[in-house]
Design a protein. Structure first.
Length: 248
């Protein structure tokens, strides 16, 4: 679904020097996979997602990405402050010209899934950070993209809220029992190793800038997963340690 070969991105730096932000990087992500990327700050994680989302063009290398434009959940707060919660989640459907009745059904359903049914008419400034991220999650999901790119969506949240949102994301992605064929392809950037292990089928580690993939760990935990229970599994500790070693 996503294939990158020797993907490289340079930016113009100070005094006319070119700064390499990413790569050359190779990446292969299958349809329906949930892949997490961890890496040091500034190694090019956001740049990689922006390239895959088509917001930047590669300097060199090849990139192929399914048939649809992926949806990107930006780093930080990405809600639209001038729209209500309902309006935020409805936005991608409006863009696509979905009729009102259909929009209403889809938005109401997604708001229920993320626990925001009672806040449809609220504006983002009236919400907590966790609630805003729930809006972003519902908005990404309502668009029903083949590929969902998430850039540290829970990075700014307290531990308890982060765990709750991981749980909700897993529920959304895993879907009703017996429906793994309809799973979205997710590329999820995080700086938290425990989050990567709780969510991903695979965890990729990027080197310091210019980022490349330096390590891959397959996450063996069965689904549906419980992000809290997982932490009691001795294998969780071992894999976390292994990932830490490769980040150092
Ligand atoms: N538009 C731009 N122009 C110039 N340099 C840029 C631009 N965007 C990113 N960079 C540079 O590319 C490098 C990688 O940035 P990027 O935002 O991808 O890192 P990151 O891994 O997402 O970091 P963080 O974990 O802090 O979010 C940085 O050195 C940054 O300064
Ligand atoms: Mg970033």
């Amino acid at each position: 679904m996503i294939v990158a070969q020797q993907l490289t991105k340079d930016f113009p730096g100070p005094e006319g020097v070119t700064v390499r932000a990413l790569g050359p990087l190779d990446l292969h992500i299958a349809s329906g996979e949930f892949v997490c990327i961890v890496g040091p700050s500034g190694c090019g994680k956001s740049t990689l997602l922006r390239l895959i989302a088509g917001l930047e063009r590669p300097t060199a290398g090849a990139l192929s990405v399914g048939s649809q434009t992926p949806t990107l959940v930006f780093q930080g707060d990405s809600t639209f402050p001038w729209l209500t919660v309902y309006g935020n989640v409805e936005y991608p459907l409006r863009l696509r010209g979905v009729p009102e009745k259909e929009r209403e059904a889809a938005v109401t359903h997604k708001l229920g899934l993320v626990g925001l049914s009672g806040f449809a008419e609220a504006y983002p400034y009236q919400l907590s950070g966790g609630m805003k991220q729930r809006v972003a999650l519902a908005r990404a999901w309502v668009a029903d993209p083949e590929i969902l790119l998430m850039d540290e969506p829970f990075g700014a949240l307290d531990e308890q809220t982060r765990m709750a949102l991981q749980h909700e994301l897993l529920r959304l992605w895993e879907g009703p029992q017996g429906a793994p064929h309809s799973r979205k392809t997710v590329l999820f950037v995080t700086h938290a190793i425990d989050e990567a292990l709780a969510l991903g089928d695979r965890v990729l580690v990027m080197s310091a800038a210019p980022g490349r993939i330096v390590k891959e760990v397959r996450v063996p935990f069965a689904r549906p997963r419980d992000a809290i229970q997982l932490k009691r599994d001795p294998l969780f500790g071992e894999l976390a340690y292994e990932l830490w070693q490769s980040l150092k």
